[in-house]
Write a protein that binds this ligand. Structure first.
Ligand code: R2B
Ligand code: URA
Length: 337
């Protein structure tokens, strides 16, 4: 098989994980789902029988001209809140030097669906995913379908978010190398037809390094490290400040130290499913989160609004400048809007 890496930043000679040349070596168990032209092949034969596919939570269906609407998409950036993803879209519009629409407003493309907010600026989609794996993974799967129907080539996915840090100063940025679930496995475990399926939860190493390489790190550090994805903010993250708590401070500290020894740098609520599903789809992805506190020092998020805004801008700026660098290198800045 020939290498079909598209060398986003040329930071190293390693292949991306979804390169056809290395896919089989990685013994994933099924052929590379990426076509040679970089479009996504979905591994679901049932989809062929659908005359029209309703992508319910996005309020779109395949009677629309998906290629005209989304065929030029190269980057999809997801994050928890509608507000943050609107800010990200505005940031990217400026970073890519794209003109504003006549009204200056960004159109939410999910229209009547109301669940998520999705914006498109040039070759970039910015879309909110809510909190936690179920909400994020529905959106992620619908984005795969949308980009498949649109025949978008080699799309790269990002998640920008917040997290609790482990032994790093608050305001640090973590690019996740893998996701760890609540029972300390590097997998996303999902029950299917009454049986638990375990999907490995690793991110693309080369993409992680490329993202870290564009960090300016002005006054803070950008680390690459493991990320625990919990299914809860309180007990599930060993907090002592939830409405229910049946563990002691010593239990909490011992658990957090174990995580730290395993290489976990932060705790959030999506990394396992995000890495596992993007890997299964043959899509490269990076999870970039700022830490709002050091969990070895406490549980409550107490920073001021101004500090929080400044910290939340760090993943926006980092992913924004990664995308701007890639677009510049490839002369991609005059995409449709
Ligand atoms: C980080 O922050 C959210 C919970 O406050 C959740 O989406 C996450 O991963
Ligand atoms: N988000 C989380 O999931 N955990 C934190 O501690 C902070 C933000």
């Amino acid at each position: 098989m020939q290498c079909n890496c598209d060398h986003l930043l040329d930071s190293s000679k390693d292949h991306y994980n979804n390169c056809s040349a290395v896919w089989d070596e990685r013994k994933i168990g099924y052929p590379c789902p990426k076509n040679h032209d970089g479009t996504l092949r979905l591994r679901n034969p049932h989809l062929r029988h659908l005359e029209r596919d309703f992508i319910y939570h996005l309020g779109l269906d395949t009677s629309a001209d998906m290629s005209a609407m989304f065929g030029d998409v190269k980057f999809v950036c997801m994050g928890g809140t509608k507000h943050r993803m609107r800010e990200f879209a505005l940031h990217v519009r400026q970073a890519l030097g794209l003109p504003a629409t006549d009204t200056g407003k960004l159109e939410n493309l999910t229209k009547h669906a109301q669940r998520y907010a999705m914006y498109k600026v040039g070759p970039v989609i910015s879309v909110s995913h809510g909190i936690g794996i179920p909400s994020m993974s529905i959106l992620l799967q619908e984005m795969f379908k949308l980009l498949h129907y649109a025949r978008a080539q080699d799309p790269v996915f990002f998640r920008i978010g917040t997290s609790g840090g482990l032994g790093v100063p608050p305001g640090s940025v973590i690019v996740s190398s893998w996701g760890l679930n609540g029972t300390l496995e590097k997998s996303y475990n999902i029950p299917v037809l009454g049986k638990v399926r375990k999907l490995p939860s690793f991110f693309d190493e080369r993409l992680c390094r490329e993202v870290q390489s564009v960090a300016t790190n002005e006054g803070y550090t950008t680390y690459i490290g493991g990320t625990m994805a919990a299914d809860d903010f309180y007990r599930g993250q060993a907090r002592l400040d939830g409405p229910f708590c049946d563990h002691t401070e010593a239990d909490k500290m011992s658990f957090l130290r174990t995580l730290s020894e395993l290489g976990v740098k932060n705790i959030e609520m999506e990394a396992t499913a995000f890495s596992a599903y993007t890997r299964e789809a043959g899509v490269r992805a990076a999870d970039v989160c700022v830490t709002l506190l050091d969990r070895l020092q406490g549980d409550q998020v107490t920073s001021s609004k101004a500090t929080m805004v400044e910290w939340e801008n760090r993943p926006i700026a980092l992913v924004g400048s990664f995308i701007a660098n890639c677009c510049k290198r490839r002369g991609l800045v005059n995409g449709r809007q």
